[in-house]
Design a protein around this ligand. Structure first.
Ligand SMILES: NC(=O)c1ccc[n+]([C@@H]2O[C@H](COP(=O)([O-])OP(=O)(O)OC[C@H]3O[C@@H](n4cnc5c(N)ncnc54)[C@H](O)[C@@H]3O)[C@@H](O)[C@H]2O)c1
Ligand SMILES: [Zn+2]
Length: 401
């Protein structure tokens, strides 16, 4: 008999440490399509039924009011689609329509409303919550779905450029809490992501342009050839030519997916977050303008700022910053906003507190991605406030030209 074990542990003793160890492979399809709900398109039904093909699957739809208003025929066409595939699909209630944009993320009440519906409608872990909308709705619905029953199946149907080429294909969701962006959220890979380009034609021009900045971002840190392609096709993108827009969305989504799957840190345990290039100042600028500046617009400014900073820090050859700014401008994006100069109560540049907030959100050491070339990111752990101020001066003078 093991007498130690039988006698039990005395205070301050450790008998043994056993390491639990398992891994779960994550896999989900990201599809690019037009006419997702055309009755003869089997994609949606196939994806819902992929695990249990012989069953009739319960689906509950949550819609962004922006797309519901812009496309009044959407709900009837979903209903007709479900009818046409009624051997495999069932719509268990009228879709819920929620306010799109940051409003839905600013009040936990919206998440609670979705959880209420999930509960009332007896949506279990084998039923589907299907969210259709911009990144904000997908974030809020993703959180509701990920936390009800510890996670019900969740399908994302992104309807903005930004959610199709970036946010919708990833593994995160979140809403804002006490004014802090993305404070309450989880990592929860979706069941599927279905990007239907047709939705983009209903987007306000401003939103449609804003999302392109995420493609510029990921090209700048990872893919020189894509960056060159963006330069060559800037006019086609700014005028929404379908082929160019499709390729931009697809390539950007692919690069985001690759970073998540192969970057070594899908659930962001470390301090580095290369996909947040240009984002430390972007998040702050969004907050300083109470989200009047759209996320994508703020990212364009953040990219311009960090490009100039990279030059001033001696990392990026002079002139590359100018080239990046010209691309952003050709795409119809601005590189300056007066709120960049806001001062806090102590008379300090408010933007600089964005660095601390960014670090707090990531945890660990401050890690900012800068550039050493077009297509090559480079991590630093310090930002010199003097160079940030000089970068701002350059941007301000540059846009006044
Ligand atoms: N989870 C992530 O990894 C991640 C990554 C990046 C950004 N985000 C989040 O995404 C959000 C921004 O998302 P977004 O840029 O997609 O915009 P959005 O969700 O804020 O939507 C913008 C506006 O467009 C409307 N809209 C959406 N689709 C439409 C369509 N097809 N036609 C007409 N109107 C439409 C919405 O109602 C809203 O008014 C931010 O909250 C940001 O934090 C999340
Ligand atoms: Zn972003």
């Amino acid at each position: 008999m093991d007498t130690d074990a039988a006698q039990g542990l005395t205070h301050g003793q450790t008998a043994s440490v056993q390491w639990q160890n398992f891994s779960v492979p994550y896999e989900y399809p990201v599809a690019f399509v037009r006419g997702l709900f055309a009755p003869d398109n089997p994609l949606f039904a196939d994806i819902v039924a992929r695990r249990e093909p012989a069953k009739r699957h319960r689906c509950y739809f949550i819609l962004d009011d922006g797309i519901a208003r812009a496309l009044p025929g959407l709900i009837p066409s979903i209903a007709a689609y479900i009818d046409a595939h009624s051997d495999r699909l069932e719509m268990i209630a009228e879709p819920m329509i929620l306010p799109g944009g940051e409003i839905v993320k600013n009040e936990l009440a919206h998440v609670e409303r979705m959880q209420d519906a999930i509960h009332e409608l007896r949506i279990d872990r084998h039923s589907y919550v299907v969210a259709i909308g911009g990144g904000a709705i997908l974030d809020a619905a993703g959180l509701a779905a990920a936390t009800a029953h510890r996670g019900v199946r969740h399908i994302r149907i992104p309807t903005t450029v930004l959610s199709q080429n970036d946010s919708g294909v990833g593994v995160k969701n979140a809403v804002n809490f006490k004014g802090i962006k993305n404070y309450v959220g989880t990592f929860a890979p979706p069941w599927a992501v279905l990007n239907d380009f047709d939705f983009l034609t209903h987007l306000p021009k401003r939103e449609r342009i804003a999302g392109i900045s995420e493609a510029v971002k990921v090209a700048l840190i990872r893919d020189r050839a894509f960056y060159d392609w963006l330069e060559t096709n800037a006019d086609a993108l700014a005028t929404f030519q379908p082929q160019a827009e499709e390729y931009m969305v697809r390539r950007s989504a692919e690069l985001h997916m690759r970073q998540i799957a192969h970057g070594g840190d899908p659930f962001e345990l470390g301090s580095a977050r290369p996909l947040d290039f240009g984002h430390w100042s972007a998040h702050k600028l969004e907050a300083l303008t109470h989200h009047h500046v759209r996320h994508g617009e703020a990212v364009a400014i953040g990219i311009a700022l960090d490009a100039r900073y990279s030059v001033l820090a001696g990392l990026l050859p002079e002139g590359m910053d100018e080239r990046i700014v010209v691309l952003l401008e050709n795409l119809g994006l601005r590189i300056w906003h007066p709120a960049l100069e806001n001062k806090d109560a102590g008379g300090e540049l408010a933007l600089l507190t964005g660095l601390r907030e960014f670090q707090e959100h990531l945890g660990g050491e401050l890690t900012i991605t800068l550039l050493t070339d077009l297509g090559t990111g480079h991590e630093v752990h310090e930002m010199d406030p003097k160079l940030v101020r000089q970068s701002l001066d350059w941007l301000k003078a540059r846009q006044a030209k």
